[in-house]
Ligand binder design. Sequence first.
Ligand SMILES: O=C[C@H](O)[C@H](O)[C@H](O)COP(=O)(O)O
Length: 229
Amino acid sequence: METGIALAKKVAGQKAVEYIKAGMTVGLGTGSTAWWAIQEIGARVKAGLDINAIATSDQSYELAVALQIPLITFEEITQIDVDIDGADEVDRQLQLIKGGGGALLREKIIAAASQQMIVAVDEHKLVDTLGKFPLPVEVVVFGWEMTARKLAALGTQTVLREKNGQPFITDNGNYIIDCAFNAITDPATLHTRLNAIPGVAENGLFVNYAHTVIVGYENGTVNTLYPAR
Ligand SMILES: O=C[C@H](O)[C@H](O)[C@H](O)COP(=O)(O)O
């Protein structure tokens, strides 16, 4: 029986699955909140729900395979009906920071191909201003030191993400540089400036992507937020 933050993630992830209808193509997000959504999708598929899914990471792909969720490829589709994913921070305009798990590039490709992005988070992800969570930036390995210097020139402290004492490698064979901006007052402009740096594959700002944010609370309740735009 989950309590506290685990319960908050569980109820948010499960609630997000209510947006899935029979016949849809579904984007499967990555992380500990998306995990609950994928578990719920697996249970519904087992009970007869007819959908196809496409995963935002190798981790979520493997989970979907284990749960026997039918998977589809980009060769077979031109768009996705609904994408269910988590986030590391959500501000009042429902702009996001993602990529704490390193999946931001595939997550953004899938979110951008989706009619609706449903974001499921626990209550601790809500912020007034993005940036307390260091912004993950995926960079190609070639010349990453130079790319990191150009990122730092934008006014951030950069840290090459590591795992077990080695650079963390994304599913795409790239590195992640975590950028401590502290307060991102203009996410759209920063997004453009980051992606203009040669060597940056993608950054973790998701500006105007979320259609709906489901917030799970530690008391087991959920709240649904919609963007004002
Ligand atoms: O790269 C990872 C993803 O962007 C996750 O959706 C994000 O880090 C949130 O993960 P969690 O639900 O585990 O907090």
